[in-house]
Design a binder for this molecule. Structure first.
Ligand code: ZN
Length: 442
């Protein structure tokens, strides 16, 4: 045990030194000349005319992006493909370290020495595991979530506040995931044959619970959400909401610029808790048309019941994952169980193996999960165009979002890596819609 604390401490210290050695970032975040342009007028080829052509209009919009901004966005997004691989491999190595050096068994032994009460043993093991895992993953997460985001002008936090957010994140994981872990191990111990079916059910209920509580209890831990009072902003949004059968009464703003330059918005809650939330980046940088287009898209998610469709999809994914987990755990423990000092599937020391198998599953399933999400996003895009009737505002939004998503990928690339349609696709959808649905073109 002393050995692993030493290595963990060493890693933490080296990461801190590395962090302290770099110059502080400006609070502005956005680097001049590299952000995507804000378009003040519709390009000539995208203006209404008798020979309006959706392809030419799309190209005209894309041509407004400076080469430097495009290069930067492509580099950021393509680098993200490799990050998927490095994240996966790094996590596998960390989990193998925990198993092979006996640290996992050590943490289990300690938990068993402290209490004889099984659920508490699981919780104590979990607390040790989550802290050790976060410490070992820290160097990669500092690079990926702090330095890399700053390098591309997407992050706005200095190191201290960023680290504090990570600590708060750890706290949330410690409590929420801790409860899930205790319940899941309880299920495995009581139902040794059918645990994987019940485990899938419990996990799904847990996911739905987190989706329900997130806007009210989790989001405020990290950001401030305030009610918008300016009728110039709220009236058009609420009018659009009511026209689409959404009983929203208030529009909220979230101070996302505290962490990022990314723009976004969402519709959350049920019945009387229904709310529309815009982030301050969208409010500050988006034109009226752009905000309407984005809100139309978000309302599409709501009206098309995407939350329920996602839960249904996740229930299938959950069952497939747990079936894979059962097979993977049994096979691995047969080979290496003794070496790792794991007594069985109900032994908490098995957790690093569960995480390893989970990340393997996630890595392989990435294109499938992305394609499911991208399909819903495309539906919301089309709904949003119909609802807002702002194809040019939508094109502007697609360009702004291109700050962190490559605009024009290959077909295969989009299928594998994109959880939203590409910017080119979205602008083309908007221009096709414009050609066929806006009166002045007839
Ligand atoms: Zn969406």
């Amino acid at each position: 045990m002393r050995n692993f604390l030493f290595v963990a401490g060493l890693l933490l210290v080296s990461a801190m030194v590395w962090a302290a050695g770099t110059p502080p970032d400006s609070a502005a975040g956005q680097l001049p000349g590299t952000a995507m342009p804000t378009i003040t007028s519709v390009p000539p080829a995208a203006q209404p005319s008798p020979n309006f052509n959706a392809d030419a209009a799309t190209d005209a919009y894309l041509a407004l992006i400076p080469a430097e901004a495009r290069t930067r966005s492509d580099a950021y997004f393509e680098g993200g493909y490799w990050m998927i691989l490095w994240d996966f491999l790094y996590l596998v190595v960390v989990m193998l370290v925990l198993l092979n050096l006996g640290w996992s068994a050590g943490m289990r032994n300690l938990a068993e020495r402290i209490t004889r009460f099984k659920p508490l043993q699981t919780l104590i093991y979990w607390a040790q595991f989550i802290v050790v895992m976060n410490v070992l993953l820290f160097p990669l997460s500092v690079y990926e979530d702090y330095f890399r985001e700053h390098k591309y002008g997407l992050a706005t936090q200095t190191f201290g506040p960023w680290l504090w957010d990570q600590v708060k994140n750890l706290g949330v994981d410690l409590v929420l995931m801790g409860v899930l872990t205790v319940v899941l191990f309880g299920v495995v111990r009581r139902l040794p044959r059918t645990w994987w079916i019940w485990g899938a059910a419990v996990s799904l209920v847990f996911v739905v619970f987190v989706i329900l509580i997130a806007p009210v209890y989790l989001v405020p831990i990290f950001n401030k959400v305030t009610r918008l009072d300016d009728p110039k902003v709220t009236q058009p949004i609420l009018r659009l909401a009511r026209a689409n059968g959404i009983p929203a009464r208030d529009v909220f703003e979230i101070d996302a610029s505290k962490q990022t330059t990314r723009m976004s918005a969402n519709v959350s809650g049920f019945g009387r808790t229904m709310r529309v939330t815009l982030n301050d980046n969208l409010l500050r940088r988006g034109s009226v048309e752009e905000i309407q287009a984005v809100m139309g898209h978000e309302m599409g998610h709501y009206v098309l019941n995407h939350i329920y469709k996602t839960i249904l999809f996740l229930s299938v994914v959950c069952v497939v994952f747990f079936a894979f987990l059962r097979w993977g755990l049994e096979a691995s423990l047969q080979w290496w169980g003794e070496k790792w000092q794991i007594k069985g599937i109900g032994d908490t020391a098995v957790l690093p193996l569960v995480v390893l198998l989970g990340s393997l599953f996630g890595f392989v399933a990435t294109p499938v999960l992305n394609t499911f999400t991208r399909t819903l996003e495309h539906e919301a895009d089309m709904y949003g165009l119909n609802a807002s009737r702002q194809p040019d505002g939508f094109a502007q939004a697609a360009i702004h979002l291109g700050e962190y998503r490559k605009m024009s990928p290959g077909a295969m690339e989009e299928w594998v890596f994109y959880d939203h349609p590409s910017g080119r696709h979205r602008i083309h959808d908007a221009m096709t819609w414009k050609a066929e649905n806006l009166k002045p073109l007839e």
